[in-house]
Design a binder for this molecule. Sequence first.
Ligand code: FES
Length: 580
Amino acid sequence: MTDHKNMRKKTLKLRSSTWFSGKDKMGFVHRSWLRNQGHPDHMFDGRPVIGICNTWSELTPCNGHLRDFADIVKKGVYEAGGFPLEFPVMSLGETIMKPTTMLWRNLVSMDVEETIRGNPLDGVVLLTGCDKTTPSTLMGAASVDLPTIVVPGGPMLNGKWKGNNVGSGTLVWQLSEEIKKKSISVEDLNQAEICSSRSAGHCMTMGTASSMATMVEALGLTLPGASAIPAVDSRKKVLAHLSGNRIVEMVKEDIKMSKILTREAFENSIMINAAVGGSTNHVIHLLAVARRVGVELDLMDFDDLGSKMPLLLNLMPSGDYLMEDYFYAGGLPVIIKEMDDQLHSNALTVNGKSIGDNCESAICYNNKVISKYEKPFQETAGIVVLQGNLCSDGAVIKPSAASEKLMQHKGKAVVFESIEEYHRLIDDPMLEIDENSVMVLKNVGPVAYPGMAEVGNMDLPKKLIKKGITDMLRISDGRMSGTAYGTVVLHISPEAAIGGTLGLVENGDIIELDVPKKRLHLHVSDQDLNSRRKTYVSQATKKTRGYVRMYVEHVEQAHLGCDFDYLKGSSGQEVSRDSH
Ligand code: FES
């Protein structure tokens, strides 16, 4: 045995040695069956075993390239002296799964957590992409707390239609209005559909997937610059290879997730999400991750730290450009360098250096895409947390994607008791609604839907779109796609179905939004609300069996991150008793 190997055995106490080092019956069992895949003897010599958690699936188009990426990561792991073992987990395809991928985010997190803990792994690489595939795997891995690195799958190349850039998701919302106005043809729509998804990768707007990739880089869980690299750029493959190298070193240096996921890292993520015009879904997912690692974080932190942040990135849906342009402009390291005075620059990242050190030499190559901190695209961009009698546990709005003129607005409620009722009534010519009305959608929250669907950005009524109306105040207990825009109040907590005041709103009630004062108020007296409450019938989903039953019985409200009440905290990496 070489000195190098002797040294490794002396200094490392690997979790995997519990499985592989024994010269007894169980050592035989653990090694022998794995050998049927052709692993040579030296793979069991005490080297770090790296799990590659793959969210690849043909049913998750945004992650369709990750099957190949796992092989690239493996090359990096082998090269650094590790033993890579890939494992699949349930994958969540945002555009395909019904009723909403959010219903299974917690299930995937449990899949990831238990798979890591139950197996001989010393470190983990998470291959992620589409919206929920990032927070779900992160939550699961955080609950075990091994050294972990994330390889975000990367955005698609810019959509190109009729010579213009078109952004995935954002284009859909725009075309939906054009079709209602009859200003485009069905053939146009077909061409737009073909042109907007040109390559492997996830949505190339600053939607939820890009926001989640930004989140993991901001938290320090990726190598520098990882989030903006397009999926098909050769540098994404280099990133995957280097991440395979690095995770082996992280195991040797014992850089567990909890060393990186500090309160400072979460604060950085909040500020950075604001500066890039990130998704409102960031709030829910970041809260859930924080609760897994025991970092105190609450909804008001997003307002305190994010709401005054300027917008430094000019990307759809808040701006004009797309992720590919952002990568060429320098990517997230430029933003981090610009925010040096605001961020916790000394926060640790997976490469063992601070986030500030990683980004100090970043250069901006296009200031139409990334602005200087002193000359932002908007003065304030972050998510604002609203309070009031309609949302006693809070609600959120994303001002950078909303209309300035609706930031202070008072109007009559037009109530939809469910998404089905909305679809049935919205284009009824007899519906009493005008541009000053407030569209109220109930029963799309975590318990009611179930899963808190992305339906909060309701399309406007056809008759108002034809009049040239482009935005109205909309409120709900649901979420909206990160690619969407409009003056949309989301995540009202508590949701209607569990007794929130939202459930008591009636047609014609006056609702007032005041974003500068951070207030959402229903102008109905407490006395009247109390009498309405006596006759209120909840529309909470009732299921007698299966995962959905577990979900509706245990999911927490939006202001807590929509995790299961029993998943708060972590169960650690302890190796359990033997199976045979
Ligand atoms: Fe997968 Fe947008 S649908 S990232």
